[in-house]
Design a protein around this ligand. Structure first.
Ligand code: SF4
Ligand code: SF4
Length: 166
């Protein structure tokens, strides 16, 4: 049989008071340090062009959607979140999406669609908030995804800057 010899506790260790006072001292000190807790949702989260929020489709200055329905983003999406049906158009680009949906419940905000797109037609926005009462409500259609190019400009410039390095 193995006998474990326990160390005798000192008087102060037995009454435990010094530990309590040390804990109180730390609490008191922390009360005067700057707060690091974010008061979300009362205070919005800070965003920059680096923020990888929900993907959005670019609407060009002439009012047309930039997407040519090539399907590369759909193929690149690891979460199978994108569904595109293309159609012919009279415009010079020849094709455009008839249906473009992103299931935001599947989307993992990876940005692969943004990287795959050859037409600068889809970018990660700074929109982070996502809530609804039904699953179907979070399958966004074209109208919900479209944003003017000017809204996405900081992100577009940022991505162009990255691409220019190669
Ligand atoms: S961000 Fe990623 S997961 Fe979301 S739609 Fe784009 S490729 Fe799919
Ligand atoms: S990769 Fe770009 S152009 Fe092609 S379908 Fe996706 S958003 Fe449209």
């Amino acid at each position: 049989m193995v006998v474990v010899k326990r160390r005798e506790l000192t008087f102060w260790e037995r009454i435990y008071l010094p530990e309590i006072f040390r804990g109180l001292a730390i609490t008191f000190k922390k009360m005067f340090e700057p707060r690091v807790t974010r008061q979300y949702p009362e205070e919005a989260l800070p965003t920059t062009e680096v923020t990888r929020g929900q993907p959005r489709l670019v609407v060009k200055d002439d009012g047309n959607i930039a997407c040519v329905s090539c399907g590369l983003c759909e193929a690149a999406c690891p979460a199978y979140a994108i569904t595109i049906d293309g159609q012919e158009t009279e415009r010079f680009i020849e094709r455009e999406p008839e249906r473009f949906e992103i299931d935001m419940l599947r989307c993992i905000l990876c940005g692969f669609c943004e990287e795959a797109c050859p037409k600068e037609a889809i970018f990660m926005s700074d929109e982070l908030e996502l809530a609804d009462t039904t699953r179907q409500g979070l399958v966004y259609d074209m109208k919900q995804l479209e944003r003017p190019a000017s809204t996405l400009k900081p992100r577009i410039d940022y991505v162009r800057g990255i691409n220019d390095r190669w």
